[in-house]
Write a protein that binds this ligand. Sequence first.
Ligand SMILES: Cc1cc2nc3c(=O)[nH]c(=O)nc-3n(C[C@H](O)[C@H](O)[C@H](O)COP(=O)(O)OP(=O)(O)OC[C@H]3O[C@@H](n4cnc5c(N)ncnc54)[C@H](O)[C@@H]3O)c2cc1C
Length: 428
Amino acid sequence: MTEPLDLAGIGIGPFNLSIAALLDSPPHSQRPRLEARFFDRKPGFDWHPGMLLPGVRLQTSFLKDLVTGVAPQSPYSFLQFLVSQQRFYQFLAAELPAISRVEYGQYLSWAAAQLTSLHFDSQLETVDFDGGHFRLHFSDDRQPVAARHLCLGTGKPPWVPDCCRPHLGSDCFHAIGIANRTFNLRGKRVAIVGGGQSGAEVLQAILDEYWGRPAQINWLSRRSNFAPLDETPFTNEYFTPQYIAAFFDLPGAVKQRVVEEQKLASDGISPATLKAIYRRLYEGQVRGDLFRVRLMPGRELQGMARQGDTYRLAYRNRLDATQQQCEAEVVILATGFSQQLPAYLAPLRECLELNDSGQLILDQHFQVQWKNMATNRIYAVNAGRFSHGIAEPQMSLMCWRSATIINHLAGEEIFDTGQGTGMVDWRG
Ligand SMILES: Cc1cc2nc3c(=O)[nH]c(=O)nc-3n(C[C@H](O)[C@H](O)[C@H](O)COP(=O)(O)OP(=O)(O)OC[C@H]3O[C@@H](n4cnc5c(N)ncnc54)[C@H](O)[C@@H]3O)c2cc1C
């Protein structure tokens, strides 16, 4: 067994990467450091490569990067990246309304390449607890890694509707890996299920004939329309530490209702994407060369069957309560992500406190409630939508959350997470 670490981070997506970057930034890097290592199963850092379709853009400001909100002096900020790439002036001249996900992914990879605490090719199989330390067991034959505290950052698995699960395969798949798939839509009917940003991005790529020219496109969404992401200033107040403070100690049922009400603040489609799709469809009509596109909001998928090469999708129209169906040879599921306990936590399961939905319970420091939390802490990122609010799965507050976790772990206010006064008085 190795010498115990202070912190083992499991998974290296942007969220644990932000913790690693802040641990290596002043003021933390100027004091006796917490010994931390982070592990990921991938061979190197790569941010959602399977969704890097042409032209896709970040939905958050580039200033909401790994570190800037709490440590603008950090060497891992987006501005440091721009300067290092000698693109600072051109970036300003370009006046981008939103930066591309390609560029943001390059920034994250640039930061990851400089951090010696990151370890790739490390697939965690299980974590157990020996009474004093956690022990991380990997899929290869290396020694288990010992750690006093953990931070869970393994993201969320794709969610697939039950009726689609038996059909998963080369012609029916979740959108998350679509950019890495080889398939051909030429002359086929395609159905996209899901009316969020991913569904919209897949539709754009299909309209641009990225996988060949299909015979027909069906786009189904449960929502009553193809609804925009609300990016207006008072809605952006939900993505502030002040709002989280107001939200955190509300009763569970109230939080649930509020999170549902605020869905479009985080899960809507970028207005720029909606405009681009609408204009593309309109220009197709003007030129008279548009293939058949059926846009179907307010449709709730209820069943799916296969006959030969054809899938039949059955759904309910929520506007007039009629049962309807369409056929397709290819079905793309832009159906989002689920919240499940990671399998590697199985040995600890009996010691974890879970809520009625079987989810981890987090305190305000993003600490998981479990039997030995007085001595050994488990933090979790991207696991607190119903405890901390809709900002949790987004990058908006990632560096503030990372600083909150580091301060709590260190037992002192190393990073200033002070909340100041927000624009809105939420609680009085
Ligand atoms: C296509 C897409 C675009 C998005 N765009 C935005 C945006 O513009 N703005 C915004 O605020 N949010 C956006 N989000 C939401 C969110 O910010 C991202 O999903 C973000 O990547 C979440 O980071 P994460 O660190 O929680 O998880 P992930 O990025 O999912 O990373 C989890 C990591 O854990 C690793 N892992 C999993 N299991 C194991 C294991 N057993 N052992 C070792 N490693 C493991 C995986 O390999 C992976 O690298 C987007 C999400 C998607 C899917």
